[in-house]
Design a protein around this ligand. Structure first.
Ligand code: CP
Ligand code: NVA
Length: 310
């Protein structure tokens, strides 16, 4: 492929590239055991590179982990919210892309609309990374898959159960399923089912995706149970969501139906007493803090891949 290496959606990135990114992330993490967080990796694949980060929505993990990541690979960042930029006063996303491309080496954007991320990438001459949109959250899933491998080894043949809203994070798990060979069982209410096109695409590529409205069926024997907020950023229908999603809470009774050593993940931020109980997220099966840390390690490798160093 000519042109910049964008990281927009997992379904369009070669499985070998995703595997190389995870392998690099595991190796990089192992090499810096005990290091202070500001020390630069010896090979510094981001040396002399500047990353722009643009946020149209709130963030803790994506903001801090990308900034830590670019520093740990030897580069620098420039960070702004759209409200601080002319983007927030109506400058087009394409003009923003053209200008930033002259000033930085890559752009990470968290956007309200996935179409805007696509438009930014189409007009940019540097790599663009999707730091979450209404449709997907690919960087999160790379960290989640790394976390699973750390704790349980290869993903192929394992069962991952998604319980709750069939949202942006769920879509990226669907996108990655054919790439990594795991079975994905999704339990969601009809009104908040996962994206049909995502499911159809994955099924057409030998992805093993099952969609049900029954959370007990989805988690049966699962190696990993995943929850996310019932109300994502930008969702307006709070009360219908709370009502429809109430039967989808991940609690100890539901976890007991999964495999005996099943892990629990959540991309965070979490709402104890809603999508999962405190006993689950703060309990022994939860790996949510490893998952959050691994955002740094995987994003260093995503950046290295975008820069052509992988
Ligand atoms: N999981 C995640 O992307 O968190 P933030 O919204 O805090 O970036
Ligand atoms: N689904 C959530 C994920 C937050 C990281 C949202 O889009 O708000």
């Amino acid at each position: 492929m000519n042109g910049p290496r964008h990281f927009l959606d997992l379904w369009e990135i070669e499985a070998a590239d995703l595997r190389a990114i995870l392998d690099d992330a595991h190796a990089r993490k192992a090499r810096r055991t005990g290091w202070p967080k500001g020390r630069v990796d010896a090979d510094a694949p981001g040396r002399d590179r500047v990353l722009a980060m643009v946020f149209q929505k709130n963030s803790t993990r994506t903001w801090f982990s990308f900034d830590a990541a670019i520093r740990q690979i030897g580069g620098a960042s420039i960070i702004a919210t759209d409200a601080q930029m002319q983007l927030g006063r109506g400058e087009t996303i394409e003009d923003t892309a053209r200008v930033l491309s002259r000033m930085v080496d890559a752009v990470m954007i968290r956007a309200n609309s996935h179409l805007d991320i696509r438009a930014l990438a189409a007009a940019a001459s540097v790599p663009v990374i999707n730091g979450l949109s209404d449709s997907s959250h690919p960087c999160q899933i790379m960290a989640d898959l790394m976390t699973f491998e750390e704790h349980r080894g290869p993903l192929a043949g394992k069962t991952l159960a998604w319980v709750g809203d069939g949202n942006n994070v769920c879509s990226s798990f669907i996108h990655a399923a054919p790439k990594f060979g795991y079975r994905l069982a999704i339990a969601a209410p009809a009104a908040y089912a996962p994206d049909d096109q995502d499911v159809a695409r994955a099924l057409g590529r030998q992805g093993r995706i099952e969609v049900t409205q029954d959370p007990r069926a989805a988690v049966a024997g699962a190696d990993l149970v995943i929850a996310d907020t019932w109300i994502s950023m930008g969702d307006q229908d709070k009360f219908p969501r709370l009502e429809a999603l109430e039967p989808y809470q991940v609690n100890e009774a539901l976890m007991a139906l999964a495999a005996p050593r099943a892990l629990f993940m959540h991309c965070l931020p979490a709402h104890r007493g809603e999508e999962m109980t405190a006993a689950v997220i703060d309990g022994p099966q939860s790996v949510v803090w490893d998952e959050a840390e691994n955002r740094i390690h995987t994003q260093k490798s995503i950046l290295a891949w975008c820069f052509g160093a992988l």
